[in-house]
Design a protein around this ligand. Structure first.
Ligand code: HEC
Ligand code: HEC
Ligand code: HEC
Ligand code: HEC
Ligand code: HEC
Ligand code: HEC
Ligand code: HEC
Length: 419
């Protein structure tokens, strides 16, 4: 029943929009049935691999790689030409409200040139020591310099890119004379007000000052970092550092917009609906796909499973945790990411704001019987601020911060983190 709820929104599945004649890529019409079977094959491939499917929750979910191999737009997808992108300021001409609020979100502001990074300007002298090395980031009017000193040697490089708003952390990439990318092994952590090892890059000991200071980042990984943290970074087969737009802009989630804008500028086309179908609307997705959509960057159930991340660190992937909730069942449109989060607005931090979502499925009076429209039981303890007790904050050590566990449940004090 819940499954049907998710799949009978009466809207077309994703991809249809861009398969119209105004599609950006050479049209590749793939009938729905073929697409489904292709999807079955791909999933079969992963099922055949060594991973045991432990949760029925993964039903209907895919890895991002599998989504990207299907026709139609999907976030982080590489595009064929820069001319297809217009930039968020053009969207603002007709979607002024959405653009004004979206531009201020952490998603939109998560990447900056180091010289523009507020975190660095607010903390002009960052330092920490480990394995007899002292790490520093010193910021002056001109630039931020990352340096390391130890074993009577010193190395320093100007930082180039700052990743993350600093809500919990910020990490840095820089280049050496060889033009290649390196990741600073020290990051800024908001709760420490200072530096520590970059998550997952801590060293117990270093064999050289170079190893202590940085990690070379291969180009295919650089492309992936920017695919999630920027808009239109990878275009026409190249990583286009000069022209990318830092942060998650409109076209990172809606696909390139030139075709839509052109048609909307012609009144007839906008009335005929051609303009509408020339832009990707994630609101048309089925529930399972809608969660994977955000998972293109936040990590889908399969992405997280395949990455090998375990324990509390998985709390960083909201999609992974959410679909293992009993509430999710086999997928329900009332519990997709956008049921609780408007990606065009700031995150709501008042627990009461989420109550209507819970109560769209749970009956509210203790003792009241669940119904077909409200399949969830009533809470014997409370009638408001549900997320305070049922979406636990869990401490993720390498981030020095709490994340919200999206596995909705009765959390018993002292119990181990449920996988
Ligand atoms: C010239 C005006 C104009 C510009 C510029 C414009 N849009 Fe639109 N857009 C519209 C109109 C009109 C609609 C239809 C609104 C409706 O029917 O409610 C629309 C609808 C949409 C929809 C929903 C489509 C659907 O399936 O219902 C999305 C998503 C969208 N626009 C995104 C964007 C993005 C992203 C940009 C910038 C790349 C953009 N728009 C630029 C006029 C514009
Ligand atoms: C193109 C990549 C990308 C996609 C797609 C994406 N996100 Fe994000 N999102 C990010 C990044 C990067 C951050 C980290 C921002 C920061 O540094 O604080 C983030 C942060 C967030 C936050 C935290 C905001 C805060 O106040 O700290 C929420 C909530 C969120 N995303 C929700 C969503 C939802 C819902 C979707 C799907 C509709 C989605 N995201 C899709 C990249 C993405
Ligand atoms: C698959 C998409 C993806 C890739 C690839 C990716 N990130 Fe992120 N990154 C995210 C999302 C989504 C968030 C926000 C979720 C979160 O808070 O953990 C984030 C958050 C961050 C943060 C802020 C800390 C935090 O957890 O909010 C930093 C710093 C960061 N990323 C750096 C990087 C760097 C550097 C690379 C490449 C070496 C990279 N990321 C690759 C999606 C990605
Ligand atoms: C992180 C992903 C993300 C980003 C970035 C984003 N959107 Fe959206 N947008 C969505 C999703 C998801 C929906 C569907 C919402 C729903 O149906 O609940 C949507 C829906 C829309 C719609 C359809 C109207 C509606 O309210 O249903 C318009 C128009 C739109 N977005 C415009 C924009 C514009 C303009 C920008 C840039 C300022 C933008 N979006 C940035 C994810 C995003
Ligand atoms: C039932 C409601 C609900 C749903 C569904 C939901 N979230 Fe959340 N989310 C929350 C709450 C509550 C918070 C914590 C808000 C606060 O900080 O007070 C949160 C916080 C976040 C954050 C900030 C980092 C953190 O861990 O605190 C991100 C990122 C995020 N959600 C992404 C997502 C994504 C992606 C999805 C879809 C897979 C999703 N959420 C679905 C309720 C929800
Ligand atoms: C899509 C409908 C839906 C939504 C939305 C929903 N739930 Fe549920 N929830 C259910 C159903 C159905 C069950 C019972 C599942 C079962 O027993 O197998 C359930 C079970 C639960 C349980 C018991 C879980 C356990 O481990 O036994 C808790 C607690 C809960 N929900 C709290 C919440 C809270 C809090 C929210 C909002 C943040 C919420 N639910 C949103 C449908 C929903
Ligand atoms: C003050 C903390 C708190 C708040 C707030 C809270 N709950 Fe609970 N809830 C609990 C505890 C504790 C239990 C476990 C009770 C038990 O096992 O005796 C529980 C149990 C449940 C259950 C399981 C009931 C069953 O029969 O298995 C559901 C469903 C639930 N809550 C939903 C909600 C919803 C929906 C809200 C918001 C309207 C909410 N809760 C608010 C603490 C809370």
């Amino acid at each position: 029943m819940q499954n049907l709820q998710g799949r009978t929104q009466g809207k077309p599945a994703r991809g249809n929009a861009l398969e119209s004649s105004v599609a950006r890529l050479p049209p590749q019409p793939v009938p729905q049935a073929a697409r489904r079977s292709q999807r079955g094959l791909l999933r079969g491939f992963f099922l055949a691999s060594a991973i045991a499917v432990t949760a029925s929750a993964a039903k209907g979910q895919l890895s991002t790689q599998d989504h990207l191999s299907e026709p139609g737009f999907w976030p982080t997808q590489e595009q064929a030409s820069r001319a297809e992108f217009v930039g968020s300021d053009v969207c603002a001409r007709c979607h002024a409200m959405k653009t004004a609020t979206q531009k201020e979100t952490p998603m939109a502001k998560n990447l900056a040139l180091a010289q523009d990074a507020e975190v660095l300007r607010a903390h002009p002298a960052l330092a920490f020591s480990a394995n007899q090395f002292e790490y520093r980031i010193d910021t002056d009017q001109k630039q931020s310099t990352f340096s390391i000193a130890g074993e009577s040697q010193r190395l320093s490089y100007p930082l180039l890119w700052a990743f993350g708003t600093g809500r919990v952390a910020q990490s840095y990439l820089f280049k050496q004379q060889d033009g290649k990318f390196y990741e600073a092994r020290a990051s800024y952590f908001t709760n420490l007000h200072d530096q520590d090892f970059t998550p997952a890059r801590a060293l117990a000991s270093a064999s050289s000052i170079q190893q202590a200071m940085y990690r070379p980042v291969p180009m295919d990984e650089v492309r992936r970092c920017f695919a999630c943290h920027a808009t239109a970074a990878n275009v026409g087969g190249v990583f286009d550092e000069q022209h990318l737009t830092p942060g998650v802009g409109c076209e990172a989630c809606h696909g390139p917009g030139a075709g839509h804008v052109k048609l909307m500028d012609k009144r007839a086309a906008s009335l005929s609906g051609a303009g509408k179908s020339a832009i990707f609307n994630p609101g048309d997705l089925l529930a399972a796909d809608a969660v994977d959509f955000c998972g293109a960057c936040h990590g889908t159930w399969w992405d997280t499973k395949l990455s090998g991340v375990k324990g509390v660190s998985t709390a960083r992937s909201a999609p992974y945790r959410l679909v293992t909730s009993k509430c999710w069942g086999t997928g329900d449109a009332r519990l997709t990411c956008t049921a609780c989060h408007d990606p065009h607005r700031q995150l709501q931090t008042d627990a009461s704001d989420y109550d209507p979502i819970c109560l769209s499925c749970h009956v509210s009076r203790a003792g009241e019987k669940p119904t077909s429209s409200h399949p969830g039981a009533a809470c014997p303890k409370a009638r408001r601020k549900c997320t305070d007790c049922h979406m636990e904050k869990v401490y993720v050590p390498e981030m020095h911060a709490n994340f919200t566990d999206h596995r909705i449940r009765v959390a018993h004090p002292g119990e181990p983190f449920p996988e």
